[in-house]
Ligand binder design. Sequence first.
Ligand code: BGC
Length: 297
Amino acid sequence: MQFEPVSRPTPRMPHAQTHELPTPVMPKCEARPLLKGQKALVTGASSGIGKSIALALGHAGADVCINYVAGADKAQAMVDELTGHGHSAFAHQADVSKEDQVVAMFDAIRDEFGTVDILINNAGLQQDAPIDQMSLAQWQKVIDVNLTGQFLCAREAVREFKRRGVKPEVSCAAGKIICISSVHEVIPWAGHVNYAASKGGVMLMMKSIAQEVAPFRIRVNSIAPGAIRTPINMQAWDTPEHYAELLKLIPYKRIGEPEEIGRAAVWLASDDSDYVQGTTLFVDGGMTLYPGFETGG
Ligand code: BGC
């Protein structure tokens, strides 16, 4: 996508200048082998943010299990892409909201890789509706996948991390869990009460697990993406008009790209962030900074 220079709303304060703002420039970042020899599971890895994270972990040297629930062909394409780059990867189908399927998935990873060092709790979905039209099934589905699914995978990961313990030649930590949350763990979202409730739940689930397992040298953190260019929110960026509306919510004045979440995940899974525990890293171009107050209030 071509980015256009952006202008601000009419200023009411001296800090808000009227002149054109700089055109966004995308960063150039080289992959570094920060995760060499580590084994990772990425849930919901065949599309969107999960796909970018799986590729980034692979390029950082990790072996990756590509979890998916539907679309075996897309999952296989991911495996082919990773193995084509000389990385080790396999695909495993499981619905993360089903206990037996999650337990079987961790068994499959142990069979294939011997253990797991990194869990990326990414699988998630939206089923939007006004509160008075939201069915119990819509509420339950989103809570089941986005919150219960993260719990089930985190529980199996912690069991494996405690069983294996720290292997200093692999990592300072016995294991790392990264929950993919959302800016909506703190920003209320009308018309999406199931989704916002699931992400608010992820926030305190993550922090509570982090507090509990820190002494075992298990690190648990979240990444909270803002608006990232993926199929889940296509209606927010698919036309210039929608995109202009979206930018009103983003002080940094551009949409995020999935690769930017991949890079954050590599850092948070690596020993470079060894002292980071129980925190949410917002990768949102400032969406959580109450942008309405930039020129108002
Ligand atoms: C949602 C997107 C939305 C973004 C910012 C994400 O968690 O999945 O649909 O664009 O938050 O509102």
